[in-house]
Ligand binder design. Structure first.
Ligand SMILES: *[C@@H]1O[C@H](CO)[C@@H](O)[C@H](O)[C@H]1NC(C)=O
Ligand SMILES: *[C@@H]1O[C@H](CO)[C@@H](O)[C@H](O)[C@H]1NC(C)=O
Length: 268
């Protein structure tokens, strides 16, 4: 098995800062604050200098004006020209200017901030440009309405209600096909039936049934990893009687299988 070392290598290269052949890569999580470093080796005072941070043009977007400082004038004290997506999120470190430090901080990082950034000193005797690559890793959260194909809230129905158990069904859909699972109130994954898949148009449907025997708040969670999207629905279940034991269980499983089969047939 080569999987474990590979995973370790992956984790190592995906965290923190790596610098290969002068190309610095900074990796942070979405919604965090990040400092993009830029310092002159000479450590000369840059209070009266000009430095200009840009985000390099990418496939789907042009070059962006991130932060410009010109002898005390900058985007946070009235200067125009900053790209709107960076407005109010970027600042420099005034107390660092007297030793050549033009680093900036970007607050509340978004996945869209990912890209290459340059820090330019065009007016120095020998103009200098520094560059750094920023990678903002998304985490799973509700992105419905934000990403096309993102699954809406799953739909839960009770297929059968008996004295000692319930048969619940969760239906989720989206494109790509969502992964669906049942969880208890504390977020533990619960054993469920085999999922049923279907497709209408370009939308993928998933039905996942579960038989529950205890009072709890059950949660059906739909995840689309490639969209960094996760959404859930909940259903409270109250079962007042306790299970009558093994014989009852056999009957219950048989009935639940029957209902599952019937529900599959009525759907077609
Ligand atoms: C520049 O300033 C930032 C913010 O205070 C700091 O994190 C960084 O270490 C400084 N860089 C150098 C080279 O001193
Ligand atoms: C940033 O630049 C590096 C080196 O030129 C390149 O390999 C990488 O693909 C660029 N990243 C982005 C997001 O454009």
């Amino acid at each position: 098995m080569n999987v474990v070392p590979l995973v370790c290598l992956f984790l190592l290269t995906r965290s923190g800062t790596t610098s290969a052949a002068g190309h610095e890569v900074i990796i942070v999580e979405e919604d965090s604050d990040v400092i993009l470093p830029c310092s002159l080796d000479s450590k000369e005072n840059i209070v009266a200098a000009l430095f200009d941070w840009k985000k390099v043009a990418q496939r789907d977007q042009g070059r962006k004006d991130v932060f410009l400082y010109d002898a005390g004038d900058h985007y946070n004290n009235g200067r125009d020209g900053q790209s709107p997506e960076f407005r109010g999120r970027v600042s420099h470190f005034p107390d660092q200017l007297n030793h050549g430090n033009a680093s900036i901080i970007i607050r509340n990082t978004k996945v869209e901030d990912t890209g290459n950034y340059t820090c330019d000193f065009p007016r120095l005797q020998t103009p200098q440009t520094f560059s750094v690559e920023l990678v903002v890793d998304p985490f799973l959260r509700d992105r419905s309405g934000e990403r096309t194909g993102a699954a809406p809230e799953p739909y839960i129905r009770t297929l059968h209600e008996a004295k000692y158990w319930r048969l619940l069904q969760c239906e989720a859909h989206g494109n790509p096909r969502p992964e669906v699972e049942w969880q208890d109130r504390s977020g533990n994954k619960l054993p469920a039936d085999k999922p049923e898949f279907s497709e209408r148009g370009s939308i993928f449907y998933v039905n996942l049934n579960i038989t529950v025997k205890e009072t709890d708040l059950y949660r059906c969670v739909a995840t689309q990893e490639t969209l960094s999207h996760q959404i859930h629905a909940v259903i409270p279940v109250t079962i007042s009687a306790s299970s009558p034991g093994a014989a009852g269980n056999v009957v219950m499983v048989a009935v639940s299988v029957l209902i599952t089969l019937l529900s599959q047939q009525t759907k077609i």
